[in-house]
Design a protein around this ligand. Structure first.
Ligand code: ATR
Length: 277
């Protein structure tokens, strides 16, 4: 029987996940499908019934459904619980299980891009305090990064997120960001600023030390103005596309029983699909 998988979101048309899973299905010669299904938050519980009834073996959940799906699951991984959100679902012996692979994807791409990043990163600076920031911080804390500084446009959200990681994460005012850049070994943009169609991220990198790792989770464009500036100043840029590719790995393995590789061929296929802006 052909295994069917899905991505549910609202909107879902922009999702590049079908390209990733379609590539792997072809590469490993597996009979399966991965389909976009447009589901608004109010439709998630109805969709979960279809999943339980056997229409699909599993799939992905994207914005704005990652939080609403959580209470509908039978088993929630520790990471998904910590995130308050699930992005990967699968049926397992009649039980619906969920995980969140964003932190994994972030770490796996950093590992692949800058293998010694963790030993180089005594201090990390995170920009933004939404769901993506929570995943990034979760990953950094798991790897034992000692000092994580957090700045956000709305300071109260930074304070609230920092409180979930007592002793590890320090919320700091955005006004200090230029100075914090100079203290940091790893800088991660988790805001949507710099994305095609969004305002630029105005970050002054004049105090940045050469070799500082600058990771932008935005991947449209592939090289954001932040990454271009980091490169110009002798920093080590890490783009956001790899996180998207790596976060897809655990789901594919659950659904199809093969742990897929993130290869240059897969990356090239995605790059063609990203507008040059
Ligand atoms: P996600 O789950 O993708 O992280 P989110 O929860 O909407 O999305 O968070 C978006 C992040 O980008 C937030 O940190 C947001 O700042 P606020 O908490 O102040 O809203 C940040 N962001 C979005 N637009 C911004 C802008 N124009 N200027 C500064 N920060 C912005």
């Amino acid at each position: 029987m052909t295994k069917r998988c899905f991505i549910i979101g609202h909107p879902v048309a922009h999702s590049r996940s079908p390209l990733i899973h379609g590539h792997w299905l072809a590469e490993y010669g597996l009979a399966g499908s991965y389909e976009r299904v447009e589901i608004p938050p109010a439709g998630v519980s109805g969709f979960v019934e279809r999943l339980r009834a056997g229409e699909f073996v599993g799939g992905n959940v994207t914005v704005p459904n990652k939080e609403v799906v959580l209470p509908l699951l039978d088993e929630v991984s520790e990471t998904a619980r910590a995130m308050g959100a699930a992005n990967t679902l699968w049926m397992d012996g009649g039980k619906l299980r969920g995980d969140n692979t964003d932190a994994y994807g972030f770490l796996a791409h950093l590992d692949a891009s800058v293998p010694d990043w963790a030993t180089r990163s005594g201090t990390a600076l995170i920009l933004g305090a939404g769901g993506a920031a929570r995943a990034v911080i979760h990953g950094l804390a798991e790897r034992g990064i000692a000092r994580i500084l957090l700045v956000n446009r709305s300071p109260e959200r930074a304070v609230e997120l920092a409180a979930s990681f007592p002793g590890t994460v320090e919320a700091r005012p955005w006004q200090e960001v230029a100075q914090l850049v100079g203290e940091s070994d790893l800088i991660v943009n988790t805001t949507s600023l710099g994305m095609h169609g969004q305002p630029p991220l105005e970050l002054d990198l004049s105090t940045m030390r050469p070799g500082t790792i600058v990771d932008d989770i935005v991947y449209v464009p592939l090289e954001t103005p932040l990454l271009a500036e980091a490169r110009r100043r002798g920093g080590t840029p890490v783009d956001g596309l790899g996180m998207l590719l790596h976060q897809a790995v655990p789901g594919f393995e659950r659904w199809f029983g093969v742990r897929p590789q993130v290869t240059a061929a897969l990356r090239a296929k995605l790059e063609i699909d990203i507008p040059r802006v």
